[in-house]
Design a binder for this molecule. Structure first.
Ligand code: CUA
Length: 328
C-alpha cells in the first residue's frame, strides 16, 4: 500500500507545484493527451488488479476452509495465475506500443523543425529551414504555432539530458552523438514549462525552459523578428551598456547578431530581452535579475560556466542589464 501511496504522491507533487503550466495531468496537445490516456488506463487497470489480489490474499489468510478450497482449485490457479496475466499484459503492451508509435511516426516530413541541444545547464535552440539549415539560434525557449505538429531534433553537447514538456509531449533523452526526435503539438495558446528530466550534474534542477504556443500570425511575426540582428540603441545609457558588453569580452562566450559579439560557448543573446526567463528558467527576465545574474551567477547557479562578474560599479551593471533587457 505504501508503494501505491508513494507513487500517487510522486505523480501529484509536480502537478501541484506547477499547476497547469507543467503537468502531465493537464494535457494541452494531442501527444500529451494520448500519454495521459495511457497513464489512466494503466493506472486504473493496475489499481483494479491490485485490489483483486489483496482481496484474494485476505481470503487466503483469514477466510474459512471452504473459501480457501475454492481458491485452491486448479482452474482458478491456471486462469488467474497464467491466462489472465498473459492476456492482460499482452493487450496493454500492444495498446501502449501502438499509442507510443504515433508520437514518432506522425508527420513524416514536417514543415517546421527545431533543433534543441542540451548543454551544461541550458538549452541551445536552433530553428531550421525545410532543408535542415539553421535560420537562427536562440536559447532556453521554444515558440511553436498552435495546432501544428512541430518536429524537435534532440541532441546533446556533453552528457545525457532529457527533454520534457509534460503538457505537450512525452519525455525523451538527449544523448551525445545521437539524434532523437519528438513531436510537439499544442492545441491552445499558452506558456508551458519544460524541465531536464535526467540528472546531468550539480545544476540539473536549474535546467528548465519554456515552450510558448502562439497563434500562427503572432508566431510568424516572432519568427521574422528573431531572424533580424539586434538594433543599435539610440539611448546613450543603453549605448553605454552595449559598449560595456563588448569591452568586457562578453562576446567571447555570447553572440549578439549585429555586433562583434559572436561567442558560441554560452546562450545566444540577440533577442534575450524578449524571453520569458533567464539562466534556463532559473529567474524571471528583467533588468534586476539580469544584473544579479551577471554579478553573481556563481552564487545563483554554482558550477555553471559563466563566472560571476563582480568588477562592475552599480551604474555600469544597470547600463549593461538595461542594454540586454532592451534586446527584444
Ligand atoms: Cu540536463 Cu538534467
Amino acid at each position: 500500500m505504501s508503494v501505491l501511496f508513494s507513487f500517487l504522491l510522486l505523480c501529484l507533487t509536480p502537478s501541484l507545484a506547477w499547476g497547469e503550466m507543467q503537468s502531465a495531468f493537464e494535457p494541452k496537445g494531442n501527444n500529451a493527451a494520448e500519454i495521459a490516456d495511457i497513464m489512466w488506463v494503466l493506472f486504473v487497470g493496475g489499481s483494479l488488479i491490485f485490489v483483486a489480489v489483496i482481496i484474494l490474499a485476505g481470503i487466503a489468510l483469514f477466510g474459512t476452509n471452504a473459501q480457501r478450497h475454492v481458491l485452491a482449485r486448479q482452474e482458478l490457479i491456471i486462469g488467474g495465475g497464467i491466462v489472465f496475466p498473459v492476456v492482460t499484459l499482452s493487450a496493454l503492451l500492444v495498446y501502449s506500443f501502438a499509442s507510443g508509435a504515433i508520437h514518432i511516426g506522425r508527420n513524416a516530413a514536417p514543415q517546421e523543425r527545431i533543433e534543441v541541444i542540451g548543454e551544461l545547464w541550458w538549452w541551445r535552440v536552433r530553428y531550421l529551414d525545410s532543408r535542415g539549415n539553421p535560420l537562427f539560434e536562440t536559447a532556453n525557449e521554444l515558440r511553436i504555432p498552435v495546432g501544428r505538429a512541430i518536429e524537435v531534433l534532440l541532441k546533446s553537447g556533453d552528457v545525457i539530458h532529457s527533454f520534457w514538456v509534460p503538457n505537450l509531449a512525452g519525455k525523451i533523452d538527449m544523448i551525445p552523438g545521437h539524434v532523437n526526435r519528438l513531436q510537439l503539438h499544442a492545441a491552445a495558446p499558452g506558456v508551458y514549462r519544460g524541465q531536464c528530466a535526467e540528472y546531468c550534474g550539480a545544476q540539473h534542477a536549474k535546467m528548465a525552459f519554456y515552450v510558448i504556443a502562439q497563434e500562427q500570425t503572432q508566431y510568424d511575426a516572432w519568427l521574422s523578428l528573431q531572424a533580424q540582428p539586434a538594433l543599435e540603441p539610440a539611448d546613450p545609457f543603453l549605448l553605454h551598456g552595449r559598449q560595456l558588453f563588448l569591452d568586457n569580452r562578453c562576446g567571447q562566450c555570447h553572440a549578439v547578431r549585429g555586433t562583434q559579439a559572436a561567442g558560441q560557448i554560452g546562450p545566444e543573446l540577440t533577442h534575450v530581452g524578449g524571453r520569458h526567463a533567464i539562466a534556463a528558467g532559473t529567474l524571471p527576465n528583467n533588468s534586476g535579475t539580469i544584473a544579479g545574474w551577471i554579478s553573481g551567477s556563481q552564487q545563483i547557479k554554482p558550477g555553471n560556466r559563466m563566472p560571476s562578474f563582480n568588477q562592475f560599479s552599480g551604474e555600469e551593471l544597470r547600463a549593461l542589464a538595461a542594454y540586454l533587457e532592451s534586446l527584444q
